[in-house]
Design a binder for this molecule. Sequence first.
Ligand code: B4P
Length: 191
Amino acid sequence: MTRMLIMGPPGSGKGTQAARIADKLGIVAISTGDIFRHNVKEMTPLGVEAKRYIDNGDFVPDEVTNRMVADRIAQPDASSGFLLDGYPRTAGQVEALDSMLKDSGHALSVVVELTVPDEELVARLLKRAEIEGRADDTEDVITHRLDLYHQETAAVIESYQDRGIVTRVDGTGQVDDVTERLLQAVYSVRA
Ligand code: B4P
């Protein structure tokens, strides 16, 4: 039963790789960013609240995000395992996830960290801006998201490193090659 996290800075390929890895492992990929964007598009109360944070590149408050994730992982399709993409991003979210997992009687199998140099991250996100036009892919907001990542989320990864469950994977190069490296990393932990 795989319960794993994919972590890394904005633009490191989390969303791209999460779908591929979850498909290979036969588990569901849950992306907090995708759930927020869907709610923003549908203009749900959650979306209206989340939009002002997302557009500025800020984190949506923990209380809102934690409740959303708890509801999502309680759904039947997550009962046989899941891959979380973009969560947890703060110390408060780590604590909340720990208690969700404790309640379910399962532990995290592995945390994979995608590493990509900052210059390449910015280039990728600016390229995506040309294609998708996401409101949070402007240069200023990208810089702010990267700063937030280094200030808050890097410490989250360190806290998992202290538990000895983090595997670092080089996120540069062709998408297929990164997928292959990630699968090798996951299989080596499960073996
Ligand atoms: P996310 O949706 O998680 O956005 P992201 O960090 O930019 O990652 P994403 O998955 O989109 O990009 P990827 O690296 O796959 O979060 C968006 C916002 O939602 C946050 O800023 C925050 O406001 C809010 N939010 C989400 N989770 C939250 C939480 N837990 N708590 C609070 N707030 C939260 O890909 C980027 C680009 O790179 C793509 O265009 C892709 O095609 C390209 N790419 C991927 N792999 C590549 C490769 N190997 N080579 C070249 N390009 C590649």
